[in-house]
Design a protein around this ligand. Structure first.
Ligand SMILES: NC(=O)c1ccc[n+]([C@@H]2O[C@H](COP(=O)([O-])OP(=O)(O)OC[C@H]3O[C@@H](n4cnc5c(N)ncnc54)[C@H](O)[C@@H]3O)[C@@H](O)[C@H]2O)c1
Ligand SMILES: [Zn+2]
Length: 337
C-alpha cells in the first residue's frame, strides 16, 4: 500500500463512516494541524486530544482513548484518524487494532519522522516502563495520506529527527540515494514532498516484501539496536534524546561494527560517519552509561537466546540482518563512538 498525497479517498471514507471517524491528535497537532485538516477534507470530525510526547506512549493513554470511544458508543465500524507524529500513530494504531478486536485506522502524519517512517508499515504499539515499543502488534492502516505543508509548524529539531530515518533509508538503498541526500550541507530546506516520497518509497518497498518482519524487513532496524538502547538509557537518566538522534548514534555504531565484522570499507564508512557527526552530536552522558546501554540491548525484542542480532552493511545498499555480535564487540564500539 503506497501513501497518497490527496485526501479524496479519505474524504469518501469519512463520509461513509457516518460520523464514526475520530481524529486522534496530541495537543500540538490539535493546535497546528487539526483546523487545516478539517479544511482540507471540508468535513466535521470529532477530535480526541492527548498530551504530547514519548512519555504518553503508555497504557494509561490507551485507556483514555478506549474510554472516549466507549463514551461515544463507537462500534466496530468506527475509525481512528491519527493526525500527528509517530507517537500519535503508534498509540492510535494500537488502540484501533485492539478496540473491539480491531477497528480501522488511517494515518495522516504531521512530523517528518512519521511521514517517512512511523506512519507506514503497520507497526503499532506502546512503551512499557522505559522499554520502547514492548507491547504492540503489526496491523496495517487503511491508508496513509501525506501533506507536506504540515511540516511548516514542526520545530526544526524534529525535522532533523526525521532526517535520521531518511538517512537510514538512503544507506539501505545504496550510494546514489545516499549521495543525493547528503549533497546539501543544510538538510532542512530540501524537505519537499518529492524528497519525502522518495525516502518513503524505500521503506514501502521493503515492507511490501516482508510485511510481518519474518526476514528482509529486519534491515529497517539498521541503527536501531543501539539507538533504542540509548533511548532507554536516556530515560533512565532523566535525559532527553529524540528517536532520530539516538538512531543517528546507533547508525555510527552499526557502521563501525560493519567495518569490524563484514569488512565494510573503512573509508566509505567514515564518509557517512562524518556526515552524521556534523549534524548529530553525541550527548555527554552516553560515555558514563555504557553499562545501561548494554543491558538495554539485551532486552531488545530482536535478540534471541541472549545473542545480539544486528543489521550491518556489506556495502551501502547491501545490508545483512541477524549478524550476531558479542557484548565485547559492542562494548568496544561504544568506546569508539
Ligand atoms: N511504527 C513505526 O514503524 C515507527 C517508526 C519510527 C518511529 N516510531 C515511533 O515514532 C515516535 C517518534 O515520532 P515523532 O518524532 O514524530 O514524535 P512525536 O509524535 O512525539 O512528534 C514530535 C513532536 O512534534 C510535535 N508535532 C508533530 N507534528 C507537528 C506539526 N506539524 N506542527 C507542530 N508540532 C508537531 C508533536 O506534538 C511532538 O511534540 C517514537 O515513539 C518512535 O518509537 C514508530
Ligand atoms: Zn526509527
Amino acid at each position: 500500500m503506497k501513501a497518497k498525497t490527496d485526501f479524496e479517498e479519505l474524504i469518501s471514507f469519512v463520509q461513509y463512516s457516518k460520523g464514526q471517524c475520530y481524529v486522534l491528535c496530541d495537543e500540538n497537532t490539535f493546535k497546528h494541524c487539526y483546523e487545516v485538516f478539517c479544511q482540507l477534507i471540508a468535513l466535521k470530525v470529532q477530535p480526541i486530544v492527548i498530551k504530547a510526547g514519548e512519555a504518553q506512549k503508555n497504557i494509561a493513554t490507551c485507556e483514555f482513548i478506549w474510554q472516549k470511544l466507549i463514551d461515544n458508543k463507537a462500534d466496530k465500524n468506527a475509525c481512528i484518524i491519527n493526525l500527528g507524529g509517530g507517537v500519535v500513530s503508534d498509540i492510535g494504531g494500537f488502540v484501533a487494532a485492539t478496540y473491539k478486536r480491531g477497528i480501522k485506522y488511517i494515518n495522516v502524519p504531521t512530523s517528518l519522522l512519521a511521514m517517512v517512517d512511523a506512519a507506514t508499515g503497520g507497526k503499532t504499539g506502546i512503551n512499557l516502563g522505559h522499554f520502547k515499543n514492548m507491547i504492540g502488534l503489526i496491523q496495517q492502516p487503511e491508508m496513509v495520506v501525506l501533506h507536506a505543508p504540515f511540516l511548516n509548524t514542526l520545530p526544526k529539531k524534529h525535522l532533523k529527527n526525521g532526517f535520521a530515518e531518511m538517512l537510514k533509508h538512503a544507506i539501505l538503498n545504496g550510494k546514489d540515494a545516499l549521495n543525493e541526500l547528503t549533497l546539501n550541507k543544510d538538510i532542512t530546506p530540501q524537505l519537499n514532498e518529492k524528497v519525502i516520497l522518495k525516502s518513503l518509497a524505500i521503506k514501502e518497498d521493503i515492507v511490501a516484501q516482508d510485511p510481518q518482519e519474518k526476514g528482509h524487513r529486519k534491515i529497517l532496524n539498521f541503527g536501531h539496536t543501539i539507538g533504542h538502547a540509548i533511548e532507554y538509557a536516556a530515560q533512565e537518566n532523566g535525559c532527553e534524546i529524540l528517536h532520530g538522534e539516538a538512531v543517528a548514534i546507533g547508525m555510527i555504531a552499526a557502521l563501525k561494527l560493519s567495518v569490524l565484522k563484514l569488512e565494510f570499507d573503512c573509508n566509505e564508512a567514515d564518509l557517512v560517519i562524518n556526515f552524521i557527526r556534523s549534524h548529530f552530536s553525541k550527548p555527554a552522558w552516553i560515555s558514563a552509561n555504557h553499562n545501561k546501554i548494554i543491558n538495554a540491548i539485551l532486552q531488545d525484542k530482536k535478540n534471541s537466546n541472549q545473542e545480539i542480532n544486528m543489521v550491518l552493511l556489506a556495502d551501502y545498499g547491501k545490508p545483512v540482518f541477524d549478524v550476531v555480535c558479542t557484548l565485547d564487540e559492542i562494548a568496544k564500539i561504544l568506546l569508539e563512538l
